[in-house]
Design a protein around this ligand. Sequence first.
Ligand code: HEM
Length: 124
Amino acid sequence: DGGAIYSIQCSACHQATGQGIPGAFPPLAGSEWVLADSAILVSILQDGLQGPIVVAGNTYNGVMPYFRGKLSSAEIAAVLTYIRSEWGNNADRIDPIMVDEHKTRFGERVPWTSDELIAEFGKP
Ligand code: HEM
């Protein structure tokens, strides 16, 4: 399930608490990006993310790996649904269909920057 995938694939960087590590890995708890339009989250997981990003008022500038080809659509949806409902987060679940739609639309895309996400999907 989503929690198990999170422990294996995400918690080394974002931590079991979802708080991240200050200056290095941004938090998922209370992150506007996690609570944003589901298309943003699917994009980050499928294609990765790089360059400066502001999360809850703090700027990070690192590289997040992509999971396209490493996790299935069902696994991506499960882990995203998990982070949208943990640590006080409260946002709609994400369906595997949304991941398949992303694949059809963007194919094998290079990692996003936060500016590109905002230009494509709007501000989180
Ligand atoms: C950014 C989720 C795995 C490093 C983000 C963001 C999300 C996210 C939603 C956007 C910013 C935020 O909300 O904090 C996930 C999930 C993962 C995962 C669900 C597992 C499936 C990882 C791993 C690493 C990592 C394994 C480290 C190797 C980062 C970094 C950023 C980031 C450095 C900021 C990138 C930048 O500065 O542009 N992650 N992440 N993430 N993640 Fe992850």
